[in-house]
Design a protein. Structure first.
Length: 256
């Protein structure tokens, strides 16, 4: 069931989204050579505490998971696509880090992700990340009243495929609101004009995931959470929580 949010609820989701934005900005600013993923997770947790918010990630256990997620931040490095568990791993020069974070404030959730390079950038990684951001922007641009979920999926998939990147099948965006994951699902590839119609008050987490090699294969790591590329190539992830309104898409997790 897709819940349509009132304008007041969208404002409450914006407040939650701004907690997410602050945390991701803090993580990106702090991420440097020698900093551990656990340190970044603790920093993100501090932002939650200061805002009086809670984490929809910590303790989350969907049907596919062997164990609850043990952190507030997903930290996916290099060939990890999404769902990376923060560990004592210390970032190295040239690492590509995808940071995914959520917050629940006053009963409403926000969810967003960024990918960036630690230290010295490699041109191939820069292009990968820039394409992920372009795909996200294209998906958001298609998130207008009168379109359908397939229009968002097609916009994202077109950007990714034309750039030569792979897309992990079965993973994509989702509805969001009182819970982090709600209906409808938002694939990263699809046919325009198909799927659930977009209406004022819908809220979606739109999140392209790209594999650098152009192949789609991935597997679950031994920790039961991290998804890694089959061929060891790097991956990037970008995400925003977006409200669909009569005046156009509104990014609720926009970073200032």
């Amino acid at each position: 069931m897709v819940e349509l949010k009132t304008d007041t609820s969208i404002e409450a989701m914006y407040a939650a989204g701004q907690v997410v934005a602050r945390a991701l900005t803090a993580v990106r600013d702090a991420a440097d050579v020698g900093v551990s993923l656990l340190e970044l997770d603790e920093l993100a947790h501090d932002v939650l505490r200061e805002a009086g918010a809670t984490s929809p990630f910590l303790g989350y256990r969907p049907s596919f998971a062997m164990t609850p997620f043990p952190a507030v931040l997903c930290a996916s490095v290099n060939d990890a696509i999404v769902h990376g568990i923060p560990t004592g791993y210390r970032l190295r020069d040239g690492d590509l880090l995808s940071a995914d974070f959520g917050a629940t404030l006053d009963g409403w959730a926000g969810d967003s992700a960024i990918s960036f390079i630690v230290g010295t950038p490699r041109p191939a990684d820069v292009r990968l990340i820039e394409t992920a951001e372009r795909a996200l922007a294209a998906g958001i641009e298609a998130a207008v009243v009168g379109n359908r979920i397939g229009d968002i999926a097609h916009a994202i998939g077109t950007v990714c495929r034309e750039a030569g990147y792979g897309i992990p099948e079965g993973f994509g965006g989702h509805g969001i609101g009182r819970h982090m994951h709600e209906d409808p699902s938002v694939p990263n590839e699809g046919r325009p004009g198909r799927g659930y119609p977009l209406r004022h008050g819908m809220a979606l987490a739109i999140e392209p995931m790209l594999i650098a090699s152009g192949k789609n294969g991935y597997h679950e790591a031994e920790d039961g959470w991290t998804l890694r590329t089959d061929d060891g190539s790097r991956a990037a992830h970008a995400e925003h929580t977006v409200a669909i309104t009569e005046s156009g898409p509104r990014i609720l997790t926009e970073r200032r």
